[in-house]
Write a protein that binds this ligand. Structure first.
Ligand SMILES: [Zn+2]
Length: 242
């Protein structure tokens, strides 16, 4: 004689549930559980964002504090050793990492307008330091405004560098800003750089590859081919809609 199987019950409310219900919750409790999980996730995301802001603030004030010390040290060093005294000398004497020092001291190039924006918390000192790390800061105000307006991250600023400088030097920054060039130019630049590489790859002798990988390569090419066709179609569609 077989024993009757035990009735499955909801883990929360103890209500009978179907044998096939693997979750262990009745539908009512399952919805509730999902809602609680969702809420918890939202709270975690909020916390995550808060921590990010906290770190940003910390980096901002740390940058300012270090600037105060390093800037004064650099001035004093110049007074002692004269014009040949460099950031390298400072880093050696103070046992401080060069790239960090260079970035922080780039704040020496900040003009009064930029300092006002830093003090008004419109932009962090860290971001300004990143911007002013560029050799050419003739268009400092425009670059700082652009970073504030577009809320560019430090990663964006790094990518912005070359592209923006070219635009800046061509005196086309205003037009470029209107076009929202920063992200778009970067996108196009990486697009053309990638395909430049792809095309030079296509002239490599097939015998330079391992024979065992040729099949895999063909698969990759087929997928790429498909994606390129789709992308080309999108461009053509876009031209038609003009
Ligand atoms: Zn239940």
């Amino acid at each position: 004689m077989t024993k009757p199987r035990q009735q499955r019950k909801c883990k929360v409310c103890n209500k009978n549930i179907a044998e096939w219900n693997k979750s262990g919750y009745c539908s009512h409790c399952n919805v509730k559980k999902k809602k609680i999980e969702e809420k918890k996730r939202e709270e975690l995301i909020k916390k995550y964002k808060e921590l990010r802001q906290e770190l940003e603030k910390e980096i901002h004030s740390a940058t300012l504090n270090k600037f105060k010390i390093l800037n004064e040290a650099f001035n004093v060093g110049r007074e002692i050793y004269g014009k040949n005294y460099t950031v390298h000398n400072l880093c050696y004497d103070f046992e401080y990492p060069y790239t960090t020092c260079k970035r922080i001291l780039s704040l020496r190039k900040a003009n009064s307008k930029t300092w006002k924006l830093i003090k008004a918390n419109k932009i962090s000192s860290f971001k300004v330091a990143m911007i002013l790390l560029q050799k050419n800061v003739t268009y400092q105000d425009e670059l700082v405004d652009l970073v504030i307006k577009e809320n560019l991250s430090t990663y964006d600023i790094k990518n912005l560098k070359d592209g923006s400088l070219k635009e800046v030097n061509d005196n086309r920054l205003d037009i470029a800003i209107q076009k929202g060039f920063c992200r778009q130019t970067v996108a196009f630049e990486s697009f053309s750089r990638y395909f430049g590489r792809v095309n030079s790859m296509m002239v490599v002798d097939i015998n330079d590859f391992p024979k065992t990988k040729l099949k895999k390569m063909k698969e990759i090419l087929e997928e790429t081919d498909k994606n390129i066709k789709e992308f080309k179609n999108k461009i053509e569609q876009n031209e038609k809609n003009k």
